[in-house]
Design a protein around this ligand. Structure first.
Ligand SMILES: Cc1cc2nc3c(=O)[nH]c(=O)nc-3n(C[C@H](O)[C@H](O)[C@H](O)COP(=O)(O)OP(=O)(O)OC[C@H]3O[C@@H](n4cnc5c(N)ncnc54)[C@H](O)[C@@H]3O)c2cc1C
Length: 255
């Protein structure tokens, strides 16, 4: 799907790519960035405005064959991760596609806004959630290993408030992760079964970010090694901000 442009990302109502009807063809012009599978896909769904004077209601999605005249890959991004998918910059220069390749109605309904194109996210958001859930799970397992090295074992048979603060934090993060996983399954099941899932799909994409947040403030490896010996909590950004009131926890963290 090609929505993002050099001038915007989150604000998907700011599309500047245009689509003009010329006889039996749409003529598309614009630049799209960060297009996942933009090079290897057979077709790309492109968001473009059919009438800029009518604002976001005029944004429509179009199915553009990769070999359509006027569509080219300008470059591929060199990413730090997600290496299994390519991320392309696409140029649309008088790109011609058949008139029927518009998704939905070409009519511009200002009352409806751009709810029509936004519905395309209902299927893609749970997939993005799936990636984040995999990352979140890996982050949790990494954290479990770090805690274990520091002598903190997560005990599923003891109440969280009777465990080391870092173990209790781990259990809270794992509960967040489980909730995110179940919601993504639900959003995906609803999409598969053609049930309206905009709410579930949106939340499912946002939710799995939570378990990964502690790793943002992770220290460098040398500092981390020192920190682990003196304070097992300090390698978890969230855990370090909480102090345990239990004497058992205090004695463990000082060991
Ligand atoms: C690997 C990868 C694959 C991608 N694949 C695709 C794709 O297939 N198709 C496609 O069209 N796009 C794709 N994108 C683009 C992606 O959708 C955008 O990166 C995303 O929309 C964010 O836009 P941005 O990077 O310009 O960040 P910005 O929109 O500039 O946001 C920067 C920061 O500001 C925050 N922010 C933004 N607006 C607000 C606000 N109103 N209030 C508060 N905070 C705000 C954001 O949360 C973020 O933290 C991809 C991106 C990546 C990294």
């Amino acid at each position: 799907m090609a929505i993002t442009e050099p001038s915007f990302g989150s604000d998907s109502a700011a599309v500047t790519t245009t689509a003009v009807l010329d006889g039996d063809e749409w003529v598309l012009n614009g630049e799209k960035i960060f297009v996942t599978s933009g090079e290897r896909s057979s077709h790309v769904v492109v968001w473009a405005s059919v009438d800029k004077s009518k604002g976001r209601a005029a944004i429509k999605s179009f199915v553009v064959p990769r070999d359509a005249p006027g569509l080219s890959v300008a470059r591929l991004e060199h990413k730090l991760g997600i290496k299994a998918s390519d991320t392309a910059v696409l140029l649309l220069q008088d790109c011609r596609i058949p008139k029927d390749n518009i998704l939905g109605s070409p009519e511009v309904n200002v009352e409806q806004g751009f709810a029509g194109v936004m519905q395309t996210f209902d299927n893609t958001r749970p997939i993005v959630a799936g990636m984040a859930i995999g990352l979140g799970r890996a982050a949790l397992e990494e954290l479990r290993g770090i805690l274990s090295e520091a002598g903190v074992e997560v005990d599923y048979d003891t109440p969280a408030n009777n465990q080391h603060a870092a173990a209790a934090e781990f259990l809270a993060l794992e509960a967040d992760w489980e909730a995110a996983y179940l919601l993504a399954l639900r959003a995906t099941w609803m999409a598969d079964n053609k049930k309206p899932n905009s709410l579930e799909a949106s939340i499912s994409k946002r939710r799995p970010v939570v378990p990964v947040l502690p790793f943002r403030s992770r220290p460098s490896s040398s500092r981390a090694a020192t920190a682990t010996r003196s304070d097992p909590c300090s390698r978890s950004g969230r855990a370090i901000r909480r102090s345990s009131t239990s004497s058992k926890a205090r004695s463990r963290s000082n060991s």
